[in-house]
Design a protein around this ligand. Sequence first.
Ligand code: RRO
Length: 320
Amino acid sequence: MTESFSLRDVTFQNRVFTASGTFGYGDEVVDLVDVDRIGAVITKSLSLKPRDGNPPPRIVETPAGMLNSIGLANIGVKKFIDEKIPKLEHIGATILANIAASSVDEYCAVMDMLDSFEIIRGYEINVSCPNDRDGGLQFGPDPAKVAQITRQLRKRTAKPLIIKLTPNVTRVSEFALAAEAEGADAVSLINTLIGMAVDIHTRKPKLSTVTGGLSGPAIKPVALAKVYETFKAVKIPIIGIGGVSTWEDAIEFFLAGATAVQTGTANFVSPACAVNIAEGIAAYCKSKKIRDVAELVACWTHPPTSRWCKAGSESYCAMM
Ligand code: RRO
């Protein structure tokens, strides 16, 4: 049974990644999780300079999820290179660097600093942080900007380039199309949905920034619909994010059109959930006599489109 899939020359051993911002830089969790059994670990968003992020409170629990307003707190790319990369080189994980920035030049500068490190196997580009106008959201709602960023970054790297999209727009597929047209290898979606919580005792918003990004099981149906909308529009793989907590959730995302998934909020509950979900997917496929997880991707959307070939042929699901 085949669980792996490839972007460019990088083969991921399975289709469950850990989402940026929910798994540190990858080195902090090695005592808790077999990180070498995760499809890929995506680092916290890295910016050119270190950032303290927003003032507290910046996390609030909500029904079936959480709101965050971290505000891109991170150690900056130089400290990441000096202090994290040497550790990441020894943990056996497939690492993708997530980059956030406030200008096209900053995205390029961060990528230029990282690209020579072999341990960085590819990139996820955050054009969708909901909590800081300097952190990508001013790009996320403009397909032309997403195209411009993708075009500039595509020129700079031969490694896999994944563009992470915001759901806080009318049609996410327009942004996926822009990324695809400029050479992105995949898109990941959804980043968090803008939300708000209010304390009736203090009579004030619970987050210091008033609004934040909603994640967790509460957003799964929205994420599935956005993945499906995007699947109908683009040919590049889609990495589904939004409330993936169990292997059943992951299968739902595959059926909606995702080639892979990321676990996010669930990592805070169970740091090993990505490994457990990958195992659950494999067991499901074996029990259903599915030879390759790729066979699940939007398998109900027959008749065949350009993405589909007949089951059993050698080129079956070649795009997936
Ligand atoms: O740091 C954050 O507040 C943050 C980021 Br960069 C993001 O991409 N998504 C999110 O919900 N929070």
